[in-house]
Design a protein around this ligand. Sequence first.
Ligand SMILES: [Zn+2]
Length: 316
Amino acid sequence: MKIKYSFLKILTGSDLSRRRLPIMQIESGRRGPVLWITACGHGDEVGGMVIIQEIFKKIRKTGLLRGKLFAFPLMNPIGFEMGSRQVSFSMEDLNRSFPGNSSGSLAERIAEKIFTSITATNPTLVIDLHNDWMKSIPYALLDIKPPDHLIPICQKTADYGQSTGFLVVQDTDDLHHTLSRSLIHEGIPALTLEVGESFVVNEKNVDYGVKAILNVLSTLGMIEPVGEMFCHTVTAKYDGQILKFSSAPVSSSSGIIRFLVKPGDILKKDQPVARIYNAFGKLQETLLTQQKGIVLGHADSSVAYPGASIMAFGIL
Ligand SMILES: [Zn+2]
């Protein structure tokens, strides 16, 4: 087994310092699947980096049976150091800049280096780690329903999603230029794992993320089979179904939000999920579910304004 930690240069700073992305790599020495794990593309979403560190620690001990494991634990160091989602010099979203462009904007240049490094290894699967809301359950996010020629790749991605033991949710927004969508368009299965809470490492979410990735490594035959596959408590209730992502209903008034349900709650149609009050405490609005589903998470803020999305649901 060969372990290598190296760097990918992204730019030279104004003080002539070199800015680089750390790369982690374990090669088993036997042919097999190639798995990439990426994290911290959104600089404030710090938990994924720790999930990668823990996975590498584990495999250093127990070994990699076959194939290769690669990781970019910190794709956006500029944002990370500033506590910013964006690449803070240019205030661009790195995860809306793929597959990138070597003569484009700063984020597109960084994206291009990441993207070509990944695709050059002909990966079996890429897992991109994100941390959405403080109050949320972990889930595997699939890109929006693809055009017909990409259905086999998306089916494979969905199967890997199911193997994580997380709830699998398909996006309903057509997000262009994300890492996962750009990889799928290259014919590479790519999955986003949302393992809640940005800014601060939440150890419970780290534990979920590590277990989900060990499930995938075991499914790929890259590690010894994990005794009992991890399955998040809410996943069992949905038994292999893929839910649809929804952030409806949104607020129509301004004021302060009081949440009536919590992440993981299973809801009926027309169930009250939040109430919005004005500064005097007068009820402005009660938000009701539009369909039955499960609460994935709620906003990190209780400030309501017209059009503000306050909660995310997985819809049956
Ligand atoms: Zn993110």
